[in-house]
Design a protein around this ligand. Structure first.
Ligand code: NAI
Length: 339
């Protein structure tokens, strides 16, 4: 187990004795890839989160500027920027939650799997450092292809002897955010009240929104549900095409990543009944990793919740996604074992 940072650790921190930290416990959050398209707005949103006492921003370059900028915001957390591999250990030491949006994004015509060759190596090296410097942290994996990068992370942690399946999450929250938005628009209900699970994985048809469980209920036609399902599955591509070569979702992803990290922090702090969807090690299906609702607690995943009742269309979608999801999982495991 790991010793929490003392006030003397980490020279980049001007002071660990912050003011007005209230009654919330000290929590360190590290963002890896913090100077990127997602990383910057995500760093901003985490700076606004009163549950964070220490915000550690790491990237291969550019983080001193991002950190200086964000640090002027008059909220609770102290901010430190770390650039380059030699500072990665310091960035991670004592972290309670590590959020990983490091790696290349898609361009038009690319699938998430096309990112595999570059991002797999990045994720592997970052997870090797996590195993060394903050083996107890909750890891929120944003880097794509999530269906493969989460299994890679699991293998790296297993090899290091630090794997705890309760602490590793693929962030699928953006699929939930999109499904809620699109459903509210079609069903003409208040978007703030909408809730529904999105299960499976995080790429194309592996993204399975369960609109039959959506609340508030609405009488949508089969055609409308099919269209909503496709739009949710293709939501990322919609943004990639609109950005026309300038990358993929960054702002909505930062929002989704910040909500998911907030849920993790609430769970760590003992808030009851924190339930969100995430891609985790799972027994819900025969696949070793699967996204579904999970209850978050003091150790990370407290309970992986089942799928609930599916209609025939959703049952078909579930069967259809399994081969692709399994092959993406196996591809990640194979990479981690061979590299
Ligand atoms: P970006 O290219 O704007 O930023 C990526 C950042 O990662 C850059 O600042 C880069 O310097 C940094 N980086 C590269 N190698 C690194 C390393 N070894 N250590 C630390 N940082 C490193 O890309 P963007 O748009 O921020 O996307 C990042 C990732 O998030 C991509 O893989 C993308 O596919 C994924 N993504 C995931 C979503 C999800 O729903 N899970 C949604 C949208 C994007």
């Amino acid at each position: 187990s790991i010793v929490r940072r003392s006030s003397t650790a980490g020279a980049s921190y001007v002071s660990r004795r912050g003011f007005a930290s209230g009654s919330a416990p000290e929590r360190k959050v590290a963002v890896l890839g913090a100077a990127g398209g997602i990383g910057q707005p995500l760093s901003l949103l985490m700076k606004l989160n009163p549950l964070v006492s220490s915000l550690s921003l790491y990237d291969i370059a550019g983080t001193p500027g991002v950190a200086a900028d964000v640090s002027h915001i008059n909220t609770r957390s102290e901010v430190a920027g770390f650039a380059g591999e030699e500072q990665l250990g310091q960035a991670l030491e004592g972290a309670d939650v590590v959020i990983i949006p490091a790696g290349v994004p898609r361009k038009p015509g690319m699938t998430r799997d096309d990112l595999f060759n570059i991002n797999a190596g990045i994720v592997k090296s970052l997870c090797t450092a996590i195993a060394k410097y903050c083996p107890n942290a909750l890891v929120n994996m944003i880097s794509n292809p999530v269906n493969s990068t989460v299994p890679i992370a699991a293998e790296v942690f297993k090899k290091a002897g630090t794997y705890d399946e309760k602490k590793l999450f693929g962030v699928t929250m953006l699929d939930v955010v999109r499904a809620k938005t699109f459903y509210a628009g079609k069903a003409k209900v208040n978007v703030a009240e909408v809730n529904l699970p999105v299960v499976g994985g995080h790429a194309g048809i592996t993204i399975l929104p369960l609109f039959s469980q959506a609340t508030p209920k609405a009488n949508l036609s089969d055609e409308e549900i099919v269209a909503l399902t496709k739009r949710t599955q293709d939501g990322g591509t919609e943004v990639v095409e609109a950005k026309a070569g300038k990358g993929s979702a960054t702002l909505s992803m930062a929002y989704a990543g910040a909500i998911f990290a907030d849920a993790c922090l609430k769970g760590l702090n003992g808030v009851p009944d924190v339930v969100e969807c995430a891609f985790v090690q799972s027994n819900v299906t025969e696949l070793p990793f699967f996204a579904s609702k999970v209850r978050l607690g003091k150790n990370g995943v407290e309970e992986v919740l089942g799928l609930g009742p599916l209609n025939d269309y959703e049952k078909q979608g579930l069967e259809a996604l399994k081969p692709e999801l399994l092959s993406s999982i196996e591809k990640g495991i194979k990479f981690a074992k061979e590299n």
